[in-house]
Design a protein. Structure first.
Lengths: 142, 433
């Protein structure tokens, strides 16, 4: 049950993030998680939002380069070593992680982590067998 | 009064020069008509017989030649001699990746070398000097042009070629180079390297520099002169006509004396194509009256200049052309390499990308730096930074291999590059020349 992440190309210029997020705010789209990967030249803003399809359409209609990517969300116990344990399941299976980012949740005692891998189905299988909790879109937005 | 390489020509009475020009033009037109199908057709089209050309004054009856004609006849279609007469080929980059190819007979190389030798002497060079050539050697005419000129003079050539600046400095110092030949921007860079290495330019044997192949300003001349403790001379040339040495500065430095016994200059109004009077700026046109292999007739250089026949204090009677002020087309000269915006467009299209781009040229630490801004599109975008960077690298490599000069790529957001009505502003040249 992968979830949809929206990625947006951002030039390194003042005001760009404000512009992009206001497009979503205007439409009452909720941002639950975000991550910015940056180089000296540009950045890629990655978002988990309440209505990804609508968000993507809105961003594109504003002339931005944006895309939708399926990523996995996992819930891990909010204790030392929680993330290490989950990620070990993937590395033991030889699955590389392109990027990952964590965010807070209303679910006390758990942290949620977004994971981007090459093959979602394979990773999902390994994680489930390894006892790692997978989260779906509905759970993220409670 | 100074020294001349060939005083008989360089200080000849004007009537004598005109007689030489007339004789050479008549011979050249006959050669073109008999040996170049392209010119026979062009002359026939306007009903011109070689016999109609009786003196240099008749040059205005001849049709023009454009760079496009060289491209259309790529590679050797405009050559007037069989292969056994050729001794050399050079080439420069063209607009769509196709090079402009030029050829020389033994006599052509000698006449070109003489132009370059005249330039070296006009810059104060003598037989006993060490001439340090830091122009690139190869298909580019810069390196070999000055090389052969220095040899014809009987001076000693140090054929260093371009690059490896620390070694350039070491040779300047240890070998005692007297005259440096390179692009003005590279001269600036060498000057800077001297300073970084803590070398006082006054301790070098270097006296003069002969710089060309790219536009440069009087400010830049003063900076080069200061940083290298030399007198800096301008030299002009283009491969279609010969190479460096078509014209050159003397000590007066109020224009470049044209080797008009080999390369006959005219200035025309680029709109009406009519010749303009002395002192009026227009498009510089050359007729290769001293060339056998590639005798171009009224070749439109696209350079904007003016000429003057006023007597020069150096004693030379050869006409002077002013330092070119700009161009009538969109060609850029980046570190001595000709770059057309259409080449950049060609690269972008060949990679399957949208041709929304802008070229920015700056001079950073005295070196030309070209950045190509390209708009990000859905097909190039990825959530992975690594993939985007791979795309960027792919564009950089393609630009380098097509243009022959490196460019950095900057990805911009879609629709962020300015669109103007009609013709898009493709080039922003921030260099202060």
């Amino acid at each position: 049950m992968p979830i949809n992440q929206i990625s947006i190309f951002v030039e390194n210029k003042t005001g760009r993030l404000a512009h992009i997020t206001s497009i979503l705010a205007k439409r009452n789209i909720d941002i639950r998680a975000l991550c910015i990967a940056d180089t000296t030249d540009f950045g890629v803003l990655r978002l988990i939002v309440s209505r990804p399809e609508e968000a993507l359409k809105a961003l594109k209609s504003e002339g931005l380069a944006a895309s939708s990517t399926e990523v996995l969300a996992i819930g891990i116990p909010d204790v030392p070593g929680g993330f290490a344990q989950a990620i070990k399941v993937l590395s033991d299976a030889g699955i590389g992680v392109e990027y990952a980012y964590a965010f807070i949740t209303p679910d006390k005692g758990h942290a949620y982590v977004i994971i981007r891998v090459e093959d979602n189905a394979a990773a999902e299988k390994v994680l489930t067998e390894g006892g790692v909790m997978l989260i779906d879109q509905a759970q993220i937005f409670g | 009064m100074g020294n001349y390489f060939n005083p008989d020509i360089e200080t000849a009475p004007r009537e004598y020069l005109r007689a030489i020009q007339s004789a050479r033009l008549i011979r050249m037109v006959r050669n073109c008509y008999d040996n170049v199908a392209f010119y026979k057709q062009k002359f026939d089209d306007i009903g011109l017989q070689p016999g109609d050309i009786k003196s240099i004054d008749d040059i205005v009856k001849l049709p023009f030649t454009m760079k496009q004609d060289l491209r259309d006849n790529y590679p050797f279609g405009l050559f007037a001699v069989p292969k056994e007469k050729l001794v050399r080929i050079h080439a420069s980059s063209g607009t769509t990746g196709k090079q402009t190819v030029v050829g020389y007979t033994q006599g052509d190389v000698e006449r070109w070398s003489e132009g370059s030798a005249r330039a070296i002497v006009a810059a104060g060079g003598t037989k006993s000097d060490f001439i340090h050539v830091s122009y690139g050697y190869g298909l580019f005419t810069g390196g070999l042009g000055l090389h052969y000129g220095a040899e014809m003079l009987g001076a000693t050539v140090i054929p260093v070629s371009s690059g490896n600046t620390a070694r350039q400095v070491q040779i300047l110092k240890d070998f005692g180079s007297n005259i440096l030949c390179c692009t003005p921007s590279y001269a600036m860079f060498i000057g800077e390297t001297l300073r970084e290495m803590g070398i006082d330019p006054n301790t070098l044997a270097l006296r003069a520099g002969i710089f060309g192949a790219e536009p440069w300003s009087e400010n830049m001349r003063r900076e080069i002169e200061k940083s290298l403790a030399i007198k800096a001379y301008d030299i002009y040339g283009l491969s279609e006509i010969a190479g460096p040495g078509v014209s050159y500065e003397c000590e007066e430095q109020t224009g470049l004396h044209v080797c008009e016994d080999f390369f006959y200059p005219e200035i025309i109004d680029p709109e009406t194509l009519e010749p303009v009077p002395d002192g009026v700026y227009g498009e510089l046109v050359f007729t290769c009256i001293g060339k056998e292999a590639l005798p171009l007739v009224r070749y439109r250089t696209r350079d904007i200049s003016a000429v003057t026949h006023e007597p020069c204090s150096c004693g030379r009677t050869l006409v002077k052309m002013m330092k070119p002020r700009g161009r009538t087309d969109d060609m850029l000269i980046i570190r001595g390499v000709n770059v057309f915006p259409s080449q950049v467009e060609h690269v972008i299209l060949s990679l399957g990308m949208e041709p929304n781009y802008q070229i920015v040229v700056e001079r950073v630490n005295n070196l030309d730096v070209m950045t190509v801004n390209i708009e990000m599109s859905d097909s190039m975008f990825s959530d992975s930074v690594r993939r985007i960077e791979e795309t960027e690298r792919k564009i950089c490599n393609a630009l380098q291999s097509t243009l022959g000069v490196s460019a950095s790529v900057h990805l911009s957001e879609p629709h962020s590059l300015p669109r103007s009505e009609g013709k898009a502003v493709r080039v922003i040249d921030k260099r202060k020349l």
